[in-house]
Design a protein around this ligand. Sequence first.
Ligand code: AMP
Length: 281
Amino acid sequence: MKLTRTISETRSHIKIRKGKTRSLGFVPTMGALHDGHISLVKRSLEENEITVVSIFVNPTQFNEEQDFKSYPRNLEKDLEILGRYPVDLVFAPSSGEIYPEPNTRKFDFGGLDSIMEGKHRPGHFNGVAQVVSRLLGIIEPDNAYFGEKDFQQLVIIRKLAEKMDLPVRITGCPIIRESDGLAISSRNKFLSPEERKSAVRISRSLFNAQKKAGKLPVEELKEQTIQYVNKDPRLKVEYFEIVDVRHLKPVRNWTGKSCKIGCIAVKIGNIRLIDNMNFYS
Ligand code: AMP
């Protein structure tokens, strides 16, 4: 497994490894790797001859300086984990390598970014689009893998690839959960033992809502779900929305064929966790 820090060595390594015929799978991450990330890596290894993983904590997608500063970083440990798999290349650039000049590029996602995460984290998806478009331009993968854990991000990246005519197939991978149901996240390690116990309510609320989907009016289900989570004084729901999976438009009733998904963001102290679940009504 090779580690590269610069764009030029990354490109030349890929050129040699890829040749004319080998398919290349790419898994972009911000490091602090866990089983969620590894599920993406395994999928790429299954579907491609070459797999590239990037580790880059992207400053432009953080809307709070403190969140960026305290984001967990441990390259050595990440390399040790990735070394257990036949990953070809890990690209771990500096900020200056990715953004030699301040990146002022603005993207328009036609409203996909104005609700849920986009509404509560202004500028977040623009930052995600800046880094993902840059990384896809450097790596030029055939396939790129993203987690459904960040469902809105996945929809927006599909849109980005479509709008920019990028010759890459975007694959969404299922959420990996702890044994009690909590979606695995790099931020879980910041939870105190008490907060960790409380956090299980987040996925539980979604499993409960999934069972009730189609049986209660949408607004009532939303209200019940929010109340269930907020009942624990450690938790505070930032939003809970039920939207259609393609256009992320809020769903008002259960009629219509579109697949629906419930997306939630919850604050536990200073930690913010997100989760989602498909609702089949
Ligand atoms: P991050 O390092 O947080 O930017 O995540 C890198 C990729 O891993 C993103 O595509 C995430 O959606 C995905 N990911 C993070 N957590 C999980 C999880 N629990 N299950 C599946 N994918 C995940």
